[in-house]
Design a protein around this ligand. Structure first.
Ligand code: MN
Length: 281
């Protein structure tokens, strides 16, 4: 299927729970004109601690290079796990790299594309985030895998234990709400109609502060991506790890929580970051 754009984030290649095969299958089914890699695609932290590389990771990289060769425009906004790529800001070969991009949709909307870790120091409850990529979080993923193995043996379908735990934790909910508030305010201040980010491994399409909020999720648990169709509409597509079926989850609906005040201090300073406003091609 030809689509205008595909947005993916938080693949964490280098971590052994990256579902590269699932993303590979997804990219075979959705061929975009524009491919946005929205940060934490390569897990540099993990590669430093111990190399984990599966053949499927190489096949995926080869697929993306093949897409590049056949004319797909590839844009990469590095995240906190692959921040070493910020050294290549501007471009890495023909892959365009920037902290933030402004993407123009087919129907003329301005979408701010960024990973989202810029707001870690702004958001209350950010301590919860330190779990992402950390030992506790990985133990949870391992438990989740074991748990689902048992579920499958008992004839039940896949169900994400760690996602369910996160849903239950009030602090995580507050954190997500504060994060959404911060990024949508930032996008509004840049005169954008929407913001698209990753980082918190929570895929959703919603509306906040007068700005559409799109989170492409991750390929560790959710296996989710956001697709822009030829008419400029967006869809969140989620692909369960243990099924070949693609499930549209949301399309441009829903609200998430109330807005919460936040402190005006930045870790990375979004006001000094290089934003590449992409001309409409
Ligand atoms: Mn991140």
């Amino acid at each position: 299927m030809l689509v205008r754009s595909v947005f993916v984030s938080d693949l964490h290649l280098g971590c052994k729970y990256a579902n590269a095969n699932a993303l590979l299958a997804f990219l075979k089914q959705h061929q975009p004109e524009y491919l946005y890699l929205v940060g934490d695609i390569i897990d540099g932290w993990r590669l430093q601690r111990g190399w984990y590389w599966d053949d499927s990771y190489s096949f995926l990289v080869r697929r993306i290079l093949g897409m590049l060769k056949s004319g797909t425009i590839v844009r990469y906004t590095p995240g906190n796990h692959d921040e070493f790529l910020r050294h290549f800001i501007d471009s890495l070969g023909s892959v365009q790299i920037a902290d933030e991009f402004i993407h123009h949709t087919a129907d003329g909307q301005r979408v701010l594309v960024m990973h989202g870790d810029q707001f870690d120091s702004v958001v209350k409850h950010a301590r919860w985030l330190s779990l992402v990529g950390d030992v506790g979080y990985n133990a949870l993923l391992a438990l989740n895998r074991w748990f689902n193995l048992v579920r499958r043996r008992c004839g039940f379908g896949y169900w994400s234990l760690s996602a369910a735990i996160k849903r239950q934790v009030k602090q995580a909910t507050n954190f997500i709400s504060d994060f959404e508030d911060a990024v949508t305010r930032h996008a509004a201040s840049k005169g954008c109609d929407a913001v698209l980010c990753g980082h918190i491994h929570t895929p959703i399409i919603s509306q906040r502060n007068g700005v559409r909020y799109l989170n492409s999720g991750d390929w560790v648990e959710s296996c989710s991506a956001i697709v822009e169709y030829a008419d400029g509409s967006f869809e969140l597509i989620q692909r369960p790890t243990h099924s070949d079926e693609l499930q549209p989850v949301a399309s441009e609906t829903g609200f998430f929580g109330e807005s919460t005040p936040f402190a005006e201090t930045w870790g990375r300073d979004p006001s000094t970051e290089r934003i590449l406003e992409v001309p409409l091609v």
